[in-house]
Design a protein around this ligand. Structure first.
Ligand code: SF4
Ligand code: SF4
Length: 203
């Protein structure tokens, strides 16, 4: 038979009189320590739907679905898969789109849908080839960052014209009826189609 060592007996006796190292959560309240990483919380006013966070999320807890029919991007955040690494907060392009909370840390539930969040953003779609360019909020954010430099891009200029209603009715995203022509340089086109128009204009 193996007898406990003196050190082990001392530790056992001491533990009878010291406070437990673990918390009594969920019976007792848990007080997060400084820098605690809890559930990521999206700030709807500062998230532009750029999807950078989806690209850096290690377990793919953030995914997105683009619909050309409705011109809507749906971002799906499944916190059941989140590992609280903080990469989404670290790489958020606006620096304010998502932040890890130190108040929300208990996500246990019986229905997985309760920990899935969805956000919707309007898309910008090429009037010629229907390629998805990005979200309107993302483009607005870029315009604000660039300031007057945004006017150096034809795409940006057309989107700004549409927004400020400077061009005709203000709706420049009309359909391209036949093949790309010079007049289509006023349409909202993806970089590839825009290049085709510019090459024609030079020819
Ligand atoms: S990186 Fe930031 S702004 Fe872009 S989708 Fe994620 S939370 Fe929103
Ligand atoms: S904290 Fe990490 S795992 Fe969780 S959503 Fe953000 S990037 Fe993904």
């Amino acid at each position: 038979m193996r007898y406990p060592k003196l050190r082990e007996i001392k530790e056992a006796v001491r533990s009878l009189f010291t406070k437990p190292y673990t918390t009594s959560f969920p019976q007792g309240k848990f007080t997060p320590f400084a820098g605690f990483r809890g559930k990521p919380v999206v700030d709807e006013d500062n998230c532009v739907g750029c999807e950078t966070c989806a690209n850096v999320c290690p377990p793919n807890a953030i995914t997105f679905e683009d619909s050309k029919e409705t011109a809507i991007r749906t971002t799906i955040r499944d916190y059941g898969q989140c590992i609280y690494c903080g990469q989404c907060e670290e790489h958020c392009i606006t620096r304010k789109g998502v932040k890890l909370s130190d108040e929300i840390y208990d996500l246990s539930c019986f229905d997985i849908q309760e920990v899935i969040e969805k956000q919707e953003r309007e898309l910008i779609i090429c009037a010629n080839c229907e390629a998805i360019i990005t979200t309107k909020d993302h483009m607005r954010y870029i315009h604000e960052k660039l300031g007057p430099l945004a006017y150096s891009s034809t795409l940006n200029l057309n989107i700004l014209n549409e927004r400020l209603k400077l061009a005709g009715t203000g709706d420049t995203s009309v359909e391209v009826v036949d093949e790309l022509k010079r007049k289509d340089s006023f349409n909202i086109l993806c970089p590839n189609c825009n290049r085709q128009v510019q090459v024609k204009n030079l020819g």
